[in-house]
Structures are given as C-alpha cells and as structure tokens.
Design a protein. Sequence first.
Length: 314
Amino acid sequence: MAKTAYFQDAAFQRHTMGPLHPESPMRLEAISKRLELSGILKDLRQVKAVEANAHQLELAHSIHHIQYLRDVSPASGEFPIDGDTTMMPHTLEAALLAAGSATQAVDCVFGKGASWGDRGIKRAFCAVRPPGHHAEREQAMGFCYFNNVAIAALHALETCKIKRVAILDFDVHNGNGTIDIFKDDPRVMVCSSFEHPLYPYKYVSVNRDNIICTPLEAHTTSRMFRRAVERSWLHRLQTFKPELIIISAGFDAHTLDPLASLNLETDDYRWVTDMIVDVARVYSEGRIVSCLEGGYHLEALAASVEAHLTALMQ
Ligand SMILES: [Zn+2]
C-alpha cells in the first residue's frame, strides 16, 4: 500500500457562498464522513494546510489578479466576481490554504521538509475548497479563485529539479484555467476530459502538443469515457514521460451529478485512478498529487472520492 497524505483544514468549511450554492461546505463533510465510516481515513497521513505565499501564487497568476482578490475580499457581506463566484469573508483564507495544500503536497511526495515526519510518501490528496481549475492567470471564475494545480505544477518545476509535469483533469468541466496558464509552457502537459458543450465553453480544440482536450457528448457512458481517455491520454503521456502527475480530481461527471449530463459510475473513478497510478509507477516514481475540484451530488461525490483514494493508495 502506498503511503498517502491527506490535506485538509477547518477553514475550507468556512468558505460558503450561501445555502443554495452547489459548491458548499457540505461537500467536504460528506467526504470526511464517508472516509471515516469506511476506515480509510485512519490509513491516511492527515496534514493540516498552510497558506500559499505570494511567490507561489505569482508562479501562476499576475500580481494584479492576486492584489484584486485581496482588495475585494470583504470583512463582512459579499463581493460578487461573476454570477456564480463570490468573495465572502472567509473565501480568501480558504483559497490561500487550498493553493498552499497543493504546494505542500508536492513537497511531501518529493520528500522535502520534515513536517510530515514520515518519508516515503508518494501520493497526496488535497481535500480542498474552493476548487481551482477554472481560475485563469488573470481571472477568478467558475467557483475558482487561485488555480491550485497550476501553482503546484510550477512550484514543482521551480523547486524539485524536474522538467516535466502532467496535469490530468477528469472533472466534467473543461480545465480552462489550467489550459490558459500552460498553453505556451511545454514543460506541463494538460489532459482535460469534459462534457461538451458545457461551461466554460472554451479551449475545446486547442492545437498544442502539450494540451490534450477530450470533449465528451452528453450521456457518455462508462465504456465510452474509458475508451476516449485511454485513446487520447495514454500514448501522449507515455511520450511525454511526466516526472510528477497532478490530478484535477472533479467528480461531477458522475451520472447522479446535478450540474452535468455524463453517465459515469463510481467505479470509473477507481478505473481512471488505476490508469494514472500505472503511468506514475513507470515515469514519476509513483508520485501523484491529487486536488479536489468539482462534484456536487453529495453521496456520489463521497463514494467517488473513496474509490479514487482506494486506487491512489495502491
Ligand atoms: Zn466541474
């Protein structure tokens, strides 16, 4: 069994955009309850998050974007950024901790820093809110403020003496923010599977060697998903040979999810994670950092995270 770190923080629960918003604190509650009941939580090395620092944020975002979020962060009340992304009093703290979890997770799987005490951890899951993959270099959007996986990838390239990182995004929405940040950076390969057409309606046919978009029609089944991902990702990953794999782990392609119309089952998250673990074993010494993105049906989300973690821990 691969030693696996699990990053969390009570502050993630304090970020709330109102009782009707699907990106709610109940998501993390559902996940932690499920992992506790199944007994998985006790097998994970639980780590409390620390905030990302300004330098880490600036790896992926402009100084202007970072300052803007600090400026509009309200002491009380709310500041709407777009129709479904709002700065609330605890949003900035949670967003800084989410990005910080991702960079700490990178340090952890590279055995840097003594704070985990336990060397030999090759996998990490960041149970974070807010998610990050829609956040572009200059723009918060789609419930996302800082791009957690992009910051983690650039932190790894800067500090871990590696040259190639792959970001694999199986959230039902296109990882537009991650693609925006890496479209001209061949050190990072971004593979994104997503329902099309669906929010954010961007980057469906980007023609770059390091950007692999896998659009899927509504009602795509497990079998179709598996075939599409295998065909479009596997060979490219084998050619690219990533030295670290980062996952944008969104679970909203599940058939029960209310925000989209793909028909994935819980077991598909075990399958896709198994595939990623196989690639990591060959090319990246087993190193995988996974960050929570979407997933809005509480039971399906919790069960899918359990399936993902079970595979990740193998
Ligand atoms: Zn999503």
